[in-house]
Design a protein around this ligand. Structure first.
Ligand SMILES: *Cc1c(COP(=O)(O)O)cnc(C)c1O
Length: 383
């Protein structure tokens, strides 16, 4: 057996270390000029008018929910089939997450099921682009418009993914909704260690998030620092400390320059997986629709009804050969933290949780390693 294959690995090099050292030497190490540059470059990359950098995607979601007026007594429709942070952010805003089911073909919210869950307390819909697979936003936006709801995107996984709109490709984060939130956790394509951002076309929403991330302060540190007159700041509303540091932003700026090559590499590796797994009995591969381009944050497969083996057995068979996998995506409603939530009508989410698999995929994955993982999977699903 040759070396172990992890499921994911961040793509970091000496350039990131040099960028951090350069910022350390300046003496301004949190939410300063480097964060401002990162925000501008990120906004340009995604095609968003405004980007507000914060400490994680979870805190980005919290601020975006507050900024569209979500609060106690209200409900927000979310997928249960997502990382638990999607639901937690709604709780954090004081509201109740209402779980809707997803479509098997996209892994994302099924607009018809969302429609069924809208009630008098519904204030917003928070859709995830799961594993970097874009959700079809148009039907959800139409539904939200009809009911006067805010649409928000959990785009934690989706930097670099694209949607076709009126014949042109647009990146996720060029928000069609009120705001899209990104994550820079090491499991995502672009990492700053931890970090996140709110992307929006709405200048007031961006300004509200900027205030809330910094304790509700009326002036920024940068403005006070640059002023020739003494400025006393004001605290206009309760806020939080959700700052991104300049050390992290420096890493993010380097990562952003590498992202186009990284996306191309991932798409090439995903194409190899597709060839290696095509026609494999017992496996279902998701099709990339003509209207979306995935960033392949993960290569995802599902065990079909004809696969005689359970998810755990297949994963163990691969692990025994040094190949790490992960169970597809969790279901928040099946976790103890959400034991009191209604759990009817979430059968597709549960099926995906119990039959989904994430295979190793990262820029440094060698093609012979990929072939070894694919061959091991073919053998494992055959039983
Ligand atoms: C990773 C992830 C998050 C959380 O991101 P953090 O930056 O770790 O807070 C939220 N939603 C989804 C769908 C994720 O995959």
């Amino acid at each position: 057996m040759s070396g172990a294959i992890p499921v994911a690995r961040p793509d970091l090099g000496p350039e990131e270390a040099e960028a951090v050292a350069r910022v350390l030497a300046t003496g301004w190490i949190t939410q300063g000029p480097e964060v401002a540059r990162f925000e501008a470059e990120l906004a340009a990359f995604c095609g968003a008018p405004h980007a507000v950098a914060v400490s994680s995607c979870t805190t980005a979601l919290h601020l975006a929910l507050l900024a569209v007026g979500v609060g106690p007594g209200q409900e927000v429709i979310v997928p249960s089939h997502s990382f638990i942070a999607t639901a937690n952010a709604v709780r954090q805003a004081g509201a109740t997450p209402v779980f809707a089911d997803v479509a098997l073909e996209t892994l994302n919210l099924d607009p018809d099921d969302v429609a069924r869950r809208i009630g008098p307390r519904t204030r917003a819909v928070l859709v995830a682009h799961q594993l970097g697979i874009p959700a079809a936003l148009e039907p959800l936006q139409a539904l939200c418009d009809r009911h006067g709801l805010a649409l928000l995107e959990d785009a934690a996984c989706a930097i670099g993914s694209e949607l076709l709109r009126e014949g042109a490709w647009e990146r996720i984060g060029r928000p069609r909704s009120r705001a899209a939130c990104l994550s820079f956790h090491p499991r995502k394509l672009l990492t700053t260690g931890d970090g996140g951002a709110i992307l929006t076309a709405d200048p007031e929403l961006a300004a509200a998030c900027r205030r809330m991330r910094q304790h509700g302060m009326s002036v920024t540190d940068a403005a006070r620092h640059a002023a020739a007159q003494v400025i006393f700041e004001e605290y206009t509303a309760p806020g939080f400390n959700y700052r991104l540091t300049d050390l992290q932003a420096a890493v993010g700026r380097v990562q952003l320059t590498k992202l186009p090559a990284l996306l191309a590499r991932r798409r090439a590796l995903a194409a190899r997986y597709r060839e290696a797994l095509a026609g494999c009995p017992g496996l279902v591969l998701l099709e990339e629709p003509a209207w979306a381009r995935w960033n392949y944050q993960s290569f995802y497969v599902r065990l079909g009804p004809d696969c005689p083996r359970a998810q755990r057995e297949v994963m163990q068979a691969l692990l025994d050969q040094g190949i790490s996998t992960r169970r597809g995506v969790m279901c928040s409603h099946l976790e103890p933290a959400y034991a009191d939530s209604p759990r009817q009508g979430l059968a597709r989410s549960e099926l995906l949780r119990d039959r989904g698999l994430i295979l190793p995929l990262y820029a440094a994955l060698r093609e012979e390693e990929l072939e070894r993982a694919a061959a091991a999977l073919r053998a494992a699903v055959a039983g």
